[in-house]
Design a protein around this ligand. Structure first.
Ligand code: FHN
Length: 432
């Protein structure tokens, strides 16, 4: 079936109903959505696409120097027979995550939803023929999980996407590059995504593929999104400080303020809700070679450290081509969920605590409660530089037993019952 590539009428009709948004201010209804997002603290990222079939990560087309036309032929063999949206939603729910971010279309250009604007999608190009994004949207609604959609600004297969550095050898026809046409396609698909799947957020990626002088027309894109659904949050993984129209700020593989992975150089922390995305092993898309998973405890500690920065953690899983989440990932999701069942109160709905991260751990705060998360301490006593705060009470969060403390001018010293040996020993302080 030949699909219509552009539907100007639909787009113009929708744009003409655009709500007036004061420049620099979020659209009405969006503040509440931002707050709910900031409070949710933990989400699961899902990198699942046609690339999963090659089991070599989502960059296989580019890293493997594969011709995009040869690559596309394999779509007729893509059949995730074990995909079960409810099973995924249950695993996500069990992990304690409050939202999911699903890759609707990654850089390889294959759409995981039934799009009117290309035949290179799961319904038309694969024998599977089911709209996985729709199934996920419906399952997430049933299970009370917010639904965020990842959308790549890059396309390694469409001729009209102009070059970029990331897939130079993919065999596209550079003479046909036409950003107007490509931008029009993206606007149509994004309109479709909002209309069909009612996402709580859109998560963009790939701006870094072009030189900084390149005009992505993001103002226009963001205005379109907010006009279609004002409460739909916009995040963009451009590795820079937030741009006008964005609703949350992203950090890739690093906590806000850190740059160990090299993506966050010069990224100022702004006033928007923050989100760090991170892998469980080293890969986003499923990689048969990568079994280098962080332990459940390490991931719990990472979640705690993220909350200590006032940020959300978006933790990635890369399902296998058959549609199953790898066992190593589900085991870790379960471990995090079990930990959150006990300690969720010290994470969800909190802000960064009163003091910055220390070598022993971090703090989070909700109201008059300051949670001291002790992640690594050699001693039985801990000094917390809380000058100017009155500590009224200190208890061990888990069993509510009192913790002895001494207040001095410069802070408070906690005397613990023993040297902590848990993943996270939490002391709850009641302060003024
Ligand atoms: O190129 C992508 C990559 O495949 C993955 O999707 C990550 C997730 O943050 N973002 C890009 C790299 O910055």
């Amino acid at each position: 079936m030949k699909k219509v590539f552009a539907s100007m009428a639909l787009l113009f009709a929708m744009c003409s109903g655009a709500s007036a948004q004061t420049p620099g201010l979020p659209p009405a209804g969006n503040e509440k959505a931002r707050q709910e997002f900031a409070d949710s603290k933990f989400g699961i990222f899902i990198h699942f696409g046609f690339y999963s079939m090659f089991a070599q990560g989502e960059w296989y087309l580019s890293y493997g120097n594969v011709d995009c036309h040869e690559y596309a032929k394999a779509a007729s063999g893509f059949y995730p027979s074990k995909f079960d949206a409810d099973a995924w939603a249950e695993a996500i729910k069990a992990s304690g995550a409050r939202y999911v971010c699903f890759t609707t279309r990654h850089h390889d250009g294959f759409s995981m939803f039934d799009t009117e604007y290309s035949d290179y999608d799961i319904v038309d190009a694969s024998p599977y023929k089911k709209d996985i994004v729709r199934e996920m949207a419906e399952a997430c609604k049933r299970h009370g999980i917010k639904f965020h959609l990842y959308y790549s600004l890059i396309d390694w297969t469409r001729d009209d996407y102009p070059g970029g550095w990331s897939a130079k050898n993919a065999g596209k026809d550079a003479k046909k590059a036409d950003f107007d046409s490509y931008f029009h396609f993206m606007k149509n698909q994004i309109t479709e995504l909002i209309r069909k799947y009612d996402p709580d957020a859109l998560w963009f990626d790939g701006k870094w593929d072009q030189p900084s002088s390149f005009d992505w027309r993001l103002d226009e894109l963001y205005a379109l999104i907010h006009s279609l659904k004002p409460s739909c949050l916009i995040g963009n993984n451009h590795h820079g400080s937030p741009l006008p129209g964005e609703d949350f700020q992203l950090f890739e593989r690093d906590l806000p303020g850190e740059n160990t992975a090299g993506y966050s150089a010069g990224q100022e922390i702004g006033q928007l809700p923050l989100e760090t995305c991170q892998t469980m092993n080293g890969s986003w898309g499923y990689s048969v070679k990568d079994q280098n998973y962080k332990t459940g405890n390490a991931l719990i500690q990472y979640l705690v450290r993220t909350a200590g920065k006032g940020a959300n953690l978006l933790l990635n899983v890369g399902p296998q081509a058959n549609g199953e989440i790898p066992e190593a990932a589900t085991a870790r999701m379960k471990a995090i969920g079990e930990w959150l069942n006990t300690y969720g109160e010290t994470i969800y709905g909190t802000t960064a605590g009163d003091i910055p991260e220390h070598s022993w751990g971090v703090t989070t705060r909700r109201g008059d409660k300051l949670y001291v998360h002790i992640l690594d301490l050699e001693d039985q006593a801990l000094f917390i530089p809380l000058a100017g705060k009155k500590v009224k009470k200190a208890i061990s969060f888990k069993d509510k037993s009192p913790v002895r403390f001494t207040k001095t001018k410069t802070g408070v010293t906690l005397e613990l019952p023993q040297v902590p040996d848990e993943t996270d020993y939490v002391v709850e302080l009641t302060t003024d």
